[in-house]
Design a protein around this ligand. Structure first.
Ligand SMILES: Cc1cc2nc3c(=O)[nH]c(=O)nc-3n(C[C@H](O)[C@H](O)[C@H](O)COP(=O)(O)OP(=O)(O)OC[C@H]3O[C@@H](n4cnc5c(N)ncnc54)[C@H](O)[C@@H]3O)c2cc1C
Length: 434
């Protein structure tokens, strides 16, 4: 953690934790990066696939921990486009350029960049094959490829349907498509968002998106209506979101699973969203579909039947293939949610574990922190924080550490949290890419 990170989190946690708990949490934070005592003959070859929040962090921290390790970062794209704050882009309040980051500083920190998609992994031969035809040998491989959409997960929702009913769950062209559709929609139109069942990338994300689209509609298309159809009965920061919606967006209708909110099919030709009980013909339909670990995880044989990757809770080594570690959204991390903050924390722990294992030593048991901010309006932020430790092979919540923003709080507190969110994004992207 950078100094600024620690300071921000300190302020944030301190408001809702007892001093004793806070001290425990602060101690856990510093234990995030146990400095391995490396043997003289350490070194080795590590390939990291995926240069997002998890992969780019892991590559940099590994190189910092032991400069003798040869670290190659394989990334399909020259420019990373971050999802956090992409809902603000959709609401027309931020430029997509502010979400874009290059890899010059990563390369300058001694990491070999390979800009190509990894297309195969041979766990026995310990090699990664790239789409450009080259083959990279490794002693340890770290997979951090994020998510793919389950194109077979929702009847009617194909890749071409996503050009009509965008998911915008990977930032970039999809983000801009959804924004343009909202901008060009007639006032009085119906916007439908569908949220998937757990697990999926960014549990509070659909609710932040609904809030910021509601903000856009309130200010630009006041006669429009917004329905959020949900495959769940409960969601992250629920009371905070719902209280804020009552106050700010009385026209936002949330339909839970037990009220018939689960979307069972979509019909892209007419932009119709279908549930067991109703059909909604939308002017704009944002379908957030079921997800799974990105395809390379399946090709490397580290994903199980759930589509996600089971890992050891201390080293994040795959439970299916030795010498391959999986971090970030692609992995099953127990109680830890799929977030950029989590991906960054897991990457640091994984880097320390890989360096320690390469040195022939035993990694220490980690403690990890996650904080997820959400914007309900541009100046209205809320958050959830958690601290995690391995127990019986999985990461579990440390009870009493973390929690959500105060349920009753003045607008000045909400506005302060919105600025902490902004600070967090600047801090994490500077740490990973700057
Ligand atoms: C709308 C939205 C809002 C969000 N808001 C927040 C937030 O406020 N706070 C928060 O903490 N999190 C937030 N998240 C979640 C966050 O974006 C993800 O949890 C995070 O990006 C996960 O990091 P990752 O490194 O696992 O995956 P990614 O960041 O997606 O990185 C994966 C990388 O791997 C590359 N890749 C994939 N396959 C290959 C391959 N075969 N070869 C080479 N490269 C490959 C991809 O190009 C990509 O660069 C949000 C997500 C969404 C959708």
């Amino acid at each position: 953690m950078t100094r600024m990170d620690t300071r921000m989190d300190g302020r944030h946690f301190a408001r809702r934790l007892s001093r004793r708990d806070f001290v425990k949490t602060a101690a856990a934070a510093s234990a995030l990066l146990p400095m391995p005592a490396l043997a003289q003959n350490a070194g080795g070859r590590v390939v990291v696939v995926g240069g997002g929040f998890a992969g780019a962090t892991c590559a940099r921290v590994l190189k910092r921990l032991d400069p003798r390790i040869t670290v190659t970062l394989v990334e399909a794209s020259q420019t990373f486009i971050a999802c956090p704050f992409s809902n603000v882009v959709i609401a027309g309040l931020r430029d997509l350029k502010e979400q874009q980051f290059g890899y010059d500083k990563v390369a300058a920190s001694g990491i070999t960049m390979a800009f190509s998609a990894a297309s195969a992994v041979d766990p026995q031969a310990r090699t990664v094959t790239l789409a450009n035809g080259s083959r990279l040998p490794y002693d340890r491989l770290v997979l951090a490829p994020g998510i793919d959409i389950r194109w077979d997960g929702l009847p009617g929702y194909t890749e071409s349907a996503a050009n009509v009913m965008p998911h915008a769950w990977k930032a970039g062209e999809q983000t801009l498509l959804l924004r343009r559709q909202l901008e060009s929609m007639a006032d009085g139109g119906l916007v439908v968002i569908s949220a998937p069942a757990n697990p999926f990338r960014c549990p509070p994300g659909p609710y932040e998106r609904a809030s910021l689209i509601a903000h856009f509609l309130k200010t630009k298309k006041p006669r429009a209506k917004l329905i959020l159809l949900d495959a769940k009965d409960a969601f992250s920061k629920q009371r905070l979101f719902q209280n804020a919606w009552k106050e700010l967006y009385p026209n936002l209708e949330w339909v839970s699973l037990s009220q018939g909110g689960k979307v069972t099919a979509v019909e892209p030709a007419s932009k119709t969203v279908v549930t067991d009980f109703s059909r909604h013909q939308a002017a704009v339909a944002n379908i957030i579909p079921p997800q799974k670990a990105a395809r390379i995880a399946e090709l490397a044989q580290v994903a199980d039947r759930s589509g996600w990757c089971p890992v050891d809770a201390i080293t994040f080594e795959s439970k299916q293939q030795p010498n391959i570690h999986v971090i970030g959204d692609a992995a099953i991390m127990g109680a830890m949610p799929k977030s950029a903050f989590s991906a960054n924390a897991q990457a640091k722990v994984c880097a320390a574990a890989v360096a320690t294992l390469l040195a022939g030593q035993k990694p220490e048991e980690p403690r990890l922190i996650n904080t997820c901010y959400s914007l309900v309006a541009p100046d209205y932020g809320i958050s959830v924080a958690g601290v995690y430790r391995p127990k019986d092979g999985v990461l579990v919540d440390i009870e009493g550490a973390g929690g959500v923003s105060q349920i009753e709080a003045p607008r000045s507190t909400r506005s302060a949290e919105a600025s902490y969110a902004d600070g967090w994004f600047k801090t994490i992207t500077t740490e990973v890419f700057g």
